[in-house]
Design a protein around this ligand. Structure first.
Ligand code: G6P
Ligand code: MN
Length: 441
């Protein structure tokens, strides 16, 4: 019997890259059935029709279907690839704008944009997992849905035994860029990393001879030899936002040269500098809507109107390959090393054992077995503790709809300078999300 994969949020703009990798690697995954599931009829129709044509014309034997019926999608499913976005990029841009107009970073995962997104996404994801437990309890869920840091905390609190792996393509993208800098291939390097999602550090980069390359990278940055890294993730190359983000990451490493930072740390440690690049009139959400969204759905419409996908192509990049590599590791029990978000359970010895952390793990048919990190230094630990408290309070706010809890969460987010601004932004976000957040208590 072959494997049935379901793309939850199959109509999303993040789907095409994954669909291409699934097509190319269908044999090694023993993939026979692929379902695009989404609550958005129009988008899933577009991507579903496109994918059926595209796979068919490329000679794929995979049976592709698409639906808005979750029960049908989940029946006999073996793997779910989940990336949903309640409110779409439209709501993302609204949140970003509100934050930026109040002088705050509105980033959809780190800033209060992330708080708002979490309030929309947590109930939706928990509902899907409940369905999975009922309809296909043996299926693995590989989750890319953001804000991954907060969402993974909600998932593991609610379903400690669930077969869910919460992943992010940022560590692999940055590791790929580092490998490229040293002229190495990623799999020959061992990356030591710890933190929370979009909030972590690399402590060592060990090559195939056992030599740590981090000191050389540090020297090259401190001496001014390099001020950025060439990207490994084709999806981000040439995108001004990512070009700036990579420069900021190196500049952050220069100021805090102990460990190499995940690029998202700039939003907490140098928000003033990050803020200079933000424009409430044209946010990242606006950029994505006018770029990737328009491009993808226009292409689907063109192909459907032509009745052929022969002159159309999808691109297989880091984002698609990473999630497929993880599915492959589970199916073939490879116990390969990946960075995932998992319950700490002592991996970081001086951090809350019952909190989710982002650490390397070996992945095989039993899931992820995290690698022991040991003790982390006070600087990183202190930052992580406040951020973790913010994440946990945000989960509590989503579960209880309590205004007071939401306010406390805001105060724990490092991008919020004081009560008055936090409360003002919270109230504005609430008004703008009235159809998604539910009633406050
Ligand atoms: C990276 C992060 C994701 C995030 C994405 C944003 O891949 O790891 O968590 O969703 O960037 O990309 P976008 O083009 O939507 O701003
Ligand atoms: Mn991410």
């Amino acid at each position: 019997m072959g494997n049935k994969f379901v793309m939850v949020g199959g109509g999303s703009t993040q789907s095409p890259g994954i669909l291409e990798v699934l097509r190319q690697r269908s044999k090694e995954l023993n993939l026979t059935d692929l379902v695009l599931y989404d609550i958005d009829q129009e988008r899933v129709d577009l991507l579903g029709q496109y994918t059926k044509m595209y796979y068919g014309e490329k000679g794929s034997k995979v049976n592709v279907t698409y639906t808005t019926n979750i029960d049908e999608a989940l029946t006999d499913a073996d793997f779910l690839f989940m990336q949903i976005r309640p409110g779409l990029n439209k709501q993302r841009a609204i949140d970003e704008k509100i934050c930026i107009e109040n002088g705050l970073i509105g980033q959809e995962t780190c800033g209060l944009g992330g708080f708002s997104f979490a309030m929309r996404v947590i109930p939706a994801v928990l509902e899907i997992i409940r369905k999975v437990k009922e309809i296909c309890p043996n299926a693995w869920i590989l989750n890319y849905t953001n804000p991954e840091a907060i969402l993974s905390e909600a998932i593991y609190q609610e379903f400690p035994e669930a077969k869910v792996l919460c992943i992010c393509d940022m560590p692999i993208s940055i590791e790929g860029a580092i490998a490229k800098y040293f002229g190495k291939v990623h799999r020959d390097l061992t990356f030591k990393y710890f933190g929370l999602n979009h909030f972590g550090w690399w402590t060592q980069i060990i090559d195939e001879h056992g030599i740590d390359l981090l000191p050389q990278l540090r020297n090259d940055v401190l001496s001014g030899k390099i001020d950025t890294l060439l990207m490994s993730n084709e999806e981000t190359i040439g995108d001004d936002y990512w070009i700036e983000t990579y420069k900021q990451m190196i500049s952050l490493f220069k100021r805090f040269p102990e460990y190499f930072p995940n690029c998202y740390l700039q939003y907490y440690l140098t928000p003033d500098e990050a803020f200079e690049h933000l424009d409430p009139g044209f946010t990242r959400g606006d950029y994505v809507m006018q770029g990737r969204e328009k491009r993808i759905y226009d292409e689907c419409k063109r192909v459907i109107a032509n009745g052929s996908a022969e002159d159309s192509g999808l691109h297989a990049g880091v984002h698609g390959n990473y999630i497929v590599d993880i599915a492959y590791a589970i199916i073939h029990n490879t116990r390969e090393r990946f960075v995932v978000n998992q319950m700490n359970h002592g991996a970081i010895s001086n951090f809350d054992p019952e909190a989710v952390v982002e650490v390397p793990a070996y992945i095989g048919s039993v899931g992820a077995e995290t690698i022991n990190i040991g003790k982390i230094p006070t600087f990183q630990k202190g930052l992580m503790e406040m951020q973790k408290a913010y994440e946990q309070k945000t989960v509590e706010a989503a579960m209880t709809n309590s205004y007071q809890v939401a306010l406390e969460a805001m105060m724990l987010n490092k991008t919020v300078p004081n009560y008055n601004i936090g409360k003002k932004v919270l109230d504005e976000l609430y008004q703008a999300n009235i159809n998604y957040w539910g009633e406050w208590r």
